[in-house]
Design a protein around this ligand. Sequence first.
Ligand code: BES
Ligand code: MN
Ligand code: MN
Length: 462
Amino acid sequence: MKDYIEKNRERFLQELFDLLRIPSVSADSKYKNDVIKTANFIKDKLLTAGADKAEICETAGHPVVYAEKILDKKLPTVLVYGHYDVQPPDPLELWNSPPFEPVIKDDRIYARGACDDKGQMYMHIKALETMLKHNALKCNIKFLIEGEEEIGSDNLDKFLVVNKEKLKADVVLISDTGLFSNEYPSITVGLRGLSYIEVEVIGPKRDLHSGMYGGAVANPVNILCEMIASLKDKNNKITIPGFYDDVAELTKEERAEMSEVPFDLEEYKKSLDIEEVHGEAGYNTLERVSIRPTLDLNGIWGGYTGEGAKTVLPSKAFAKLSMRLVPNQSSKKITELFKKHFESIAPKSVKVKVKPHHGGEPALTPTDSVAYKAASKAFEEAWGKTPIPMREGGSIPIVNLFKKELGLNTVLMGFGLDEDAIHSPNESFRVFNYFKGIETITLFYKYYGKLNNGDLEKDLHS
Ligand code: BES
Ligand code: MN
Ligand code: MN
């Protein structure tokens, strides 16, 4: 199968390029037709790869692509999840080449979605093609590829609930996360949850002359800054009462095990061009981005931000902020705690509005499952190393719902790297990882098939 992947290298790349050229930005309605075009593209490619059936399923938002290859109802079924939507490409001026005109430079594919998640999702379609060409598939596969992941998967929850029968499977397989590095491959075993909130601070009924009124009337921008600054103490602990109540603390042993990962802090700082890291006292960098919750502003605005100066005391100020959550915090509860606290700290001189956006629950995935062992064996064979089980900081809210609604565990077999700069200008994906990923996925099925026949236990102990 390696030969087949190698022989079809150019075509596998060109097809991904065609996919990357369609600007499927889910957040912006101006791209609605491109989103639909992308769904159709995926559907067609699933059919040519050999799926028995592929269909576009309408939702209240962007469509879901569903496909299946059923060999025998008695065999186990893997449900592959991915997303074909991408983040907005802004700020455009920071891209070295246009975001929807993929190019290869230094063995990297540059384009919005190259890694997150078009590149990683498409690997599964090419793995399917490869396995079917070699009669190597030994289980059933279902595909669930959505178009709203980057805006909170609002309509996918319902889709899962309504289509329980259709989505029946034994395990979920997702490539939408990262590797620790290509030298030390990893399998993601935990994701953080999310509460995303927008706040508005309202002062006087109109913008005021900052000389005539300044000093006597609350300035909403000043007040918003003070309120936000008070949300963390000098140790960078979040001050919202009850915020940490449900946080599952790791044992000393678990933390010691985590710190065995060959993480290079100097390299990390250098890669970001920062002099020093910053975060919650008592935890190291890897812990801060995986096992600890956070609160960060994503944007803040108000008043005059155009060219030159304008002496104005603005009437309103706004901010968007996100809190990353860890087991066993609940997004709904944290959002409520935030709202209550934020309203309580507002001085009488202003009014505040707290508007919750989307959220998602954190997830942990087991390492003792058949599918995890198969993924681990696949990495061993393709990368020559046993992958490190690692928790990551990003969120894929649907993972929790797969468990809750369908009773399914997930294996997070991602192939991205930090330097891929997902969500940033100049997002990229290593050509090496694209092809190695396809190979690793085919090996996952090889071991998953074997293991279900009881062979893997022998393998694992030989
Ligand atoms: N693929 C990412 C999630 C991710 C990135 C997990 C890196 C692990 C490592 C996904 O597309 C994403 O960006 N998710 C959003 C959440 C969503 C609710 C908007 C996120 O994490 O901000
Ligand atoms: Mn993603
Ligand atoms: Mn993303």
